[in-house]
Design a protein around this ligand. Structure first.
Ligand SMILES: *[C@@H]1O[C@H](CO)[C@@H](O)[C@H](O)[C@H]1NC(C)=O
Ligand SMILES: *[C@@H]1O[C@H](CO)[C@@H](O)[C@H](O)[C@H]1NC(C)=O
Length: 243
């Protein structure tokens, strides 16, 4: 009795094995069929997103959004970007502010050579151009063409005494203020001027700033408004070494 029971169980096992076998075979047939169809489909339809229809005209000026994108996002050169910036109201307001500041200074002539240190996008450079100053040089750590070139304010690439006036509206942000001040003084001719704008401050702070310009003395300081920002302008004259 026990034996025949075992035989029956083995028979049933075999039956189940066969069913599983058949099922697996059907499954693999289906898988092979699907895989073949997919291959055929890929072969017939090469995805056209990955193939440029036309070679980009200036490949070095184009950055694809993804590895499969050869078309959009054209690189805009900095001077073109800045040209757009120069039509904004904010730009014009700030340039106006600088124009008024320089005009009230009554210090500049048409032939003056002026250096603007840490000039950002060059608002002050444009303001000086508008006042009729011929020789204006704007520099910044990152260049911003066409108004501002690249130079480290702590290591200016200019000869001693090359300018009549050195100006900065970013003295507050100087990494090494003493070095920054020394470089401004160095490139200004003896008897020339350094003009510095800092966040509005009292006389003690003004004295501190002037103290960093070791070769200059204070001419005057005044509180000014630069497109709405309250600032203190500090005008210094470098010592005239010739007399
Ligand atoms: C430069 O010259 C022009 C015309 O002669 C004059 O209107 C202008 O005020 C001068 N600018 C400066 C800064 O002297
Ligand atoms: C500028 O403003 C500050 C306060 O914001 C004041 O202490 C200082 O006296 C002002 N300076 C001048 C020259 O008016």
């Amino acid at each position: 009795m026990r034996r025949s029971g075992k035989h029956e169980a083995v028979g049933e096992d075999k039956l189940i094995d066969n069913e599983i076998d058949k099922f697996l075979k059907r499954l693999s047939c289906a898988a092979i069929a699907i895989a073949s169809l997919t291959l055929l489909f890929l072969f017939l339809h090469t995805p056209d997103t990955c193939v440029p229809h036309h070679a980009p005209r200036k490949p070095h000026l184009r950055f694809p959004k993804s590895t499969c994108d050869f078309s959009t996002r054209v690189y805009v050169p900095a001077d073109k970007r800045n040209l757009r910036l120069r039509y904004t109201r904010l730009w014009k307001a700030k340039v106006n502010s600088f124009s008024i500041l320089f005009r009230d200074l009554a210090l500049l002539r048409n032939h003056s050579h002026v250096l603007c240190v840490s000039a950002g996008a060059g608002h002050e450079v444009e303001a000086l151009h508008r006042l009729g100053v011929d020789e204006v040089t704007g520099v910044e750590i990152l260049e911003s063409p066409p108004l501002v070139g690249r130079a480290d304010p702590h290591n200016l690439p200019f000869f001693d005494g090359a300018f009549d006036l050195a100006f900065t509206a970013r003295f507050d942000e100087a990494l090494f203020p003493a070095r920054f001040a020394a470089e401004m003084e160095r490139v200004v001719t003896s008897g020339g001027a350094c003009l510095v704008l800092v966040a509005e401050c009292g006389n003690d702070e003004v004295r501190e700033v002037v103290g960093l310009f070791r070769n200059s003395k204070l001419v005057r300081s005044s509180n000014v408004s630069l497109s709405g920002t309250r600032m203190t302008s500090i005008l210094m004259r470098t010592r005239d070494n010739s007399s």
